[in-house]
Design a protein around this ligand. Structure first.
Ligand SMILES: *Cc1c(COP(=O)(O)O)cnc(C)c1O
Length: 390
């Protein structure tokens, strides 16, 4: 049996996979089971922030692997506290809860927002406003938070208490604010929704409403965070200080980790027994994440911005491209009609480039460490695929 047949037989049929089996990689280069090479513009959906198997990350994990693999959150561990310290220093947030994924981090933030409001006001003040075209995860509650109809079929009943407002339409959002609103939750750039950045004015207005009415501002930085957009958090570029920030994807550099960051208002909301997870902040994952944190110096982040700018300028000259959205190395590429992004992604795969989609756009989330040469190689393949398609 081939790996593709084995997969069909033994793995639940939940993914539309490309027929490519990646076996090894270094930085933004990887190789499949036939020995064919690829440039990686996906970084495992924004996960491999330091690329495949970076030396610093591998040695941090290997060292920890030989020291302590796991002990549970009933005891203290060094990598976990060190990581929390680094995260709070970098973000101005006060405390951290470690989870294992983006959805779980969002669940933690949602629980915290509800408890904050229930402690301070009443349990009826529990509504959370999220945005249309948002994406917050695949658990029943984070699906409810996700403002996209396509996700709201087949799995009802969903968790109650979510209200959807139009992105970049403050009037619409204002009509959704009631005495029962406890939080507003948003992505600064809607990732799965199509790499759609929020407008500065809208974010300012939302932050103002939140501050005035003691409504918590939850920023889902699962995709935008950890250097992806050229600053440690994307919300820094909007000049806002959220009450809750969630991280995951790029934080572990390739191992599963999520985090809820608590601001001044929310740092003391959760008490022993309120929230927990067996694996959260596991020493090995935390050690890998520390290697990521150490790499993301201001100079490194500046390079992320420059690499993003380099891509934007080239992409704009490519046939069939009508626009480029996003920030840093989180880029959405709009295509002329009737170009089909799925077909272009498939052609790129055949030519040796791994690429993502988001709604009807192409999406690039290359490793933050991608070199100029790797970028050029990948972009050349994309250009070729576009030339053939138009
Ligand atoms: C990917 C993503 C999630 C879900 O993360 P998982 O680790 O898959 O649970 C949540 N929010 C945003 C913005 C994401 O991009």
């Amino acid at each position: 049996m081939t790996i593709f047949e084995q997969d069909k037989q033994y793995i639940a049929n939940t993914y539309g996979r490309q027929e490519i089996a990646i076996v090894e990689g270094k930085n933004a280069h990887c190789t499949d089971s036939n020995g064919k090479d690829y440039i990686d513009f996906t970084s495992g959906i924004g996960v491999n922030s330091l690329g495949f198997c970076s030396d610093a990350w591998v040695s941090a994990i290997t060292e920890q692997l030989h020291t302590l693999n796991h002990i549970s959150n009933l005891y203290y561990t060094l990598p976990q506290v060190e990581l929390a310290e680094k995260l709070t220093e970098r973000t101005g947030m006060k405390k951290v809860f470690f989870a294992n994924s983006g959805a779980e981090a969002n669940e933690g933030a949602i629980k915290t927002a509800r408890k904050y409001s229930s402690d301070k006001y009443s349990s009826s003040r529990h509504e959370i406003i999220t945005l249309k075209d948002s994406f917050h995860g695949r658990t029943i509650t984070t699906l409810a938070a996700t403002g996209q109809e396509v996700f709201h079929k087949d799995f009802s009943p969903f968790t109650k208490g979510f209200v959807y407002a139009k992105a970049n339409d403050i009037k619409d959002l204002q009509t959704k604010v009631t005495e029962n609103t406890c939080a507003i939750m948003l992505e600064c750039i809607q990732g799965e929704g199509g790499v759609l950045p929020l407008e500065q004015k809208f974010v300012d207005d939302v932050a103002k409403i939140c501050a005035e009415k003691d409504i918590l501002l939850i920023v889902d930085e699962v995709q935008t965070g950890v250097g992806r957009t050229g600053t440690f958090l994307c919300s820094e570029q909007y000049g806002i200080q959220p009450d809750l920030v969630t991280l995951a994807k790029g934080l572990g550099g390739g191992l599963p980790i999520g985090a809820v960051l608590f601001g001044e208002k929310t740092a003391e909301v959760l008490a022993p027994g309120d929230h927990a997870t067996t694996f959260g902040g596991n020493p090995i994952v935390a050690a890998g994440s520390l290697a990521v944190m150490k790499t993301l110096t201001p100079e490194f982040l500046k390079e992320v911005q420059e690499k993003g700018q380099f891509c934007r300028e080239l992409l704009k000259t490519f046939p069939g491209v009508t626009g480029v959205s996003g920030k840093g190395l989180m880029l959405g590429i709009s295509l002329e009609k009737p170009l089909n992004n799925r077909e272009i992604i498939a052609t790129c795969g055949e030519k040796g480039l791994l690429l993502l989609g988001a709604k009807d756009k192409l999406r690039m989330l290359p490793p933050l460490t991608i070199t100029k040469e790797e970028l050029e190689l990948g972009l050349m393949i994309l250009k070729e695929a576009l030339e053939e398609a138009v």
